[in-house]
Design a binder for this molecule. Sequence first.
Ligand code: DAH
Length: 368
Amino acid sequence: MDVAPTPLPDDLAQLEAAITAEIETAADEAALETVRVAALGKKGTVAERMKTLGKMSPDERRTMGPALNGLKARITDEIAARRETLVAEALTRQLASESVDVTLDPQAADIVAGRIHPISQVMDELVAIFADLGFSIAEGPDIETDDLNFTKLNFPEGHPARDMHDTFFLPERADGTRRLLRTHTSPVQIRTMLQQKPPIRIIAPGRTYRCDSDQTHTPMFHQVEGLVIDETAHIGHLKWVLTEFCKAFFEVEDAAMRFRPSYFPFTEPSYEVDIRCKRSADGIELGTGDDWLEILGSGMVHPNVLRNCGIDPDKYQGFAWGMGIDRIAMLKYGMPDLRAFFEADVRWLKHYGFQPLDRPSLGGGLSR
Ligand code: DAH
């Protein structure tokens, strides 16, 4: 036989209605907790009623006991349900306020006011060209050891070529070694050969430092190193790679180049490479004329350098080059003074900088 639920005495029904109303209007979890404590807490309205059970006659208790327990259970459930709703609403509000509108129209937004620095642009162009030729990108730190910047590159201790680098040295350390700001990107050759087995084909663009400053020199400048090591790489490949690079980079049909014998401790034979150009009052035109402009140093990697990196010079050979990025940027984009590159003058950047959304690619065009 079903037992009908004990009807609540009037005052209990009123109490339940009052608490239910408070639960429904509680605006957040903290307010809901206050309602819960006021109703179900040790001194809460429901708990106080529970305490009166002890003083009741057994008959009274038989009706009021289940009535009060039912009330307590319903209120507990209502509070739990309300809490769930409040938590969900709070989360929805938080998501709405923290969301990012990724559909922002870049053409209409402030982003178009920014510019890509010509050095960054030229580095991206270099990467696009050499990636297409099958090179990967290597990197090394700006602060280098004397060993990697000089010794392993076949600069003997005390060799005069070291002095030609106008090196910035860091203070000597307790163990007598001193670090330096790398004077060229060539230590990245060494780092790569110490870590990888041939065949190796990398370029390493980055910052370099020498104590020098005039219209075409700044104490911090940029180079890109190139290195190819395998069993058969020869000077013909070196010339081809550099010629293809110049044609692509300067966007000319024919880049006549001249390889002049030179000296670097880490290459044998060594060359300085010039590109044909015409100088006039309007600036420099590349690929024509009968003037020459030096743009890089290069050569066949010296057997001592291979040996210093644990590569057998009887089995492997290769070529390398180091090119001034600032130099070729000035040439390509007609910027007369290198110092302006690093003055962070917004007017200069607005004039010579590149649109952030136009990324250089061989397919889409290197520069526009
Ligand atoms: N490191 C040289 C410099 O800064 C440039 C250079 C010359 C790099 C010949 C090379 C190279 O890799 O083979 O003057």
